[in-house]
Design a protein around this ligand. Structure first.
Ligand SMILES: Nc1nc2c(ncn2[C@@H]2O[C@H](COP(=O)(O)OP(=O)(O)OP(=O)(O)O)[C@@H](O)[C@H]2O)c(=O)[nH]1
Ligand SMILES: [Mg+2]
Length: 478
């Protein structure tokens, strides 16, 4: 467990900059003395007091609302005082300085990032997944992400984890009790229907893994890189997806020199769309640096949109690009400028694409799911908007996003890893159980490891280093 430093802490809790109100927050074991000294009167818990905030000479710095929460009925589980004044940086700094000065002999110091929430965690006001949800709620960039973060914060995700953990613990207790009576080992598995119980637990872990992976996309988003030869319409597509003139578009090949990144949201999923310099051989120094950057972006992409000119499908230069794309990254091949083709040529293009692709290609509907490393082909017009809905759908499907199947809570990479590790140990446990002369102590050991992995999500078996890392990524004052 990370060390609990017992000094009282204080920080400005509102965002830096100007605002209608600003809040200074203080937390500590016993703040009644501090309140008396700051305001010359005791504070009633959970009452709004309108009071002047005075400096050491008795001059008013500001006046505002003071709230006192007596521990353990507070955010941190300690005594908390909130001073709500005017939201200017100078006035808030002075209020904070005054608190620090008055509380100096109590050891009052400036809070570290996330320290209020860390105390809430250490005082069992929140578990680790809920504490992380606090940061995720603050950082949420879409309404959907905010909704899911709030569900995690209210404990819905932790509840699912705890239910599973309790079932594993029950099974572990049975197994471990049996280990003490070797004569019962033989029929343990049948007697307690251990295999059935385990199967049920594994199914629930599997479904949690799927939900957690989907909700991670909601939190992190996807890096989508637009790649292709010069002039095929990459920047036009970026602008069309963004609904804004983000990148320069000209008929001159080699217009884009540097990457241009724009974040968009599709059904609440953040997509970071990266437009890159067109790929070709060039003697131009600036352009070739741009092209090297394009390849660097392509290497990092979660999804690549390989754009090509619909008038020249199967171009040798495009085949060379295809050959160089990293294996394992999903690729959406997009044939652009279909508006320049006659109706007949459009039909011919789509027919040809259907022949070459594993997927059925249509211009306006798409239901195919894209697995890692798979390819999907679409025909669009970035300029006229044809096929863009299908492309949006394809991007969501790569993200593993299924409309209406939104994860009710928000998970992080750390949670997915812990769930995967638990899944693996449960699988090993069931392999041990399936063997004729099943070795009960190995079975028990895998259950123990699965239990530990699950518990690390809510913080019971989480290393101090990791805890430190999680809380230090919070903002100050939270
Ligand atoms: N007719 C038609 N023209 C398009 C379409 N998309 C792009 N263009 C035109 O193609 C030209 C090149 O477009 P850009 O978006 O600059 O192409 P790019 O791939 O970003 O080019 P570089 O930055 O040079 O790599 C511009 O004149 C666009 O107006 C389309 O769907 N139909
Ligand atoms: Mg461009």
């Amino acid at each position: 467990m990370i060390a609990y430093s017992h000094e009282p802490i204080a920080a400005i809790a509102t965002a830096p900059g100007r605002g209608g109100i600003g809040v200074v927050r203080v937390s500590g074991r016993d703040l009644s003395g501090l309140a008396e000294r700051l305001f010359g009167q005791p504070l009633l818990p959970r009452h709004a007091h309108y009071l002047p905030f005075k400096d050491s000479d008795g001059q008013a710095i500001d006046a505002g609302i003071v709230l006192f929460f007596k521990g353990p009925h507070s955010y941190t589980g300690e005594d908390v005082i909130e001073l709500q004044g005017h939201g200017g940086p100078a006035v808030l700094r002075r209020v904070l300085q005054r608190c620090l000065q008055v509380g100096k002999d109590l050891g009052l110091r400036h809070a570290e990032p996330g320290e209020f929430t860390q105390r809430a965690f250490l005082n069992d006001r929140l578990d680790l997944a809920q504490a992380e949800a606090v940061a995720d709620l603050i950082d949420a960039s879409s309404e959907a992400a905010a909704r899911s973060a709030m569900a995690s914060l209210s404990g819905q995700f932790s509840e699912r984890i705890n239910e599973l953990r309790d079932d594993i613990v029950r099974l572990r207790m049975l197994v471990e009790a049996t280990l003490d009576f070797p004569e019962e080992e033989i029929d343990f598995l049948e007697k307690y229907q251990a295999a059935d119980t385990l199967r049920g637990i594994r199914q629930r872990v599997d479904s949690l893994v799927r939900q957690a992976q989907q909700s991670m996309v909601l939190r992190e988003g996807l890096h989508v890189v637009l790649a292709g030869q010069p002039n095929v319409g990459k920047s036009s597509l970026l602008n069309a997806l963004a609904g804004d003139e983000v990148a320069i578009v000209t008929p001159i090949a080699g217009t884009t020199r540097d990457k241009v990144v724009q974040q968009i949201h599709l059904h609440g999923v953040p997509l970071h769309i990266v437009d890159t310099a067109g790929l070709r051989e060039t003697d131009d120094t600036v352009e070739s640096i741009g092209i090297a950057r394009s390849w660097a972006e392509i290497e990092k992409a979660d999804v690549i949109i390989h754009m090509q000119d619909a008038r020249s499908p199967g171009d040798v230069l495009d085949e060379a690009i295809t050959a160089r794309l990293p294996a394992g990254t999903p690729v959406i091949e997009v044939y652009n400028k279909i508006d320049l083709l006659s109706a007949q040529d459009q039909e011919r293009l789509i027919e040809g694409l259907n022949r070459d692709s594993d997927h059925h290609v249509t211009r306006d509907a798409l239901t195919t799911e894209l697995a890692a490393g798979s390819r999907l082909t679409l025909a669009i017009s970035a300029q006229h908007g044809e096929g863009l809905d299908a492309l949006r759908e394809a991007l969501l499907s790569v993200a593993g996003w299924k409309p209406g199947q939104q994860s009710p809570w928000l998970a992080r990479e750390r949670h997915v890893q812990a769930l995967l590790s638990s899944q693996e140990h449960l699988e090993l446990a069931s392999e041990h159980a399936a063997q004729n002369d099943s070795v009960l102590d190995l079975f028990a050991e895998e259950l123990r490891l699965a239990h530990e992995s699950l518990s690390s999500i809510t913080g019971q078996f989480t290393s101090d280093d990791l805890l430190g890392e999680i809380f230090s990524s919070f903002c100050i004052g939270k």
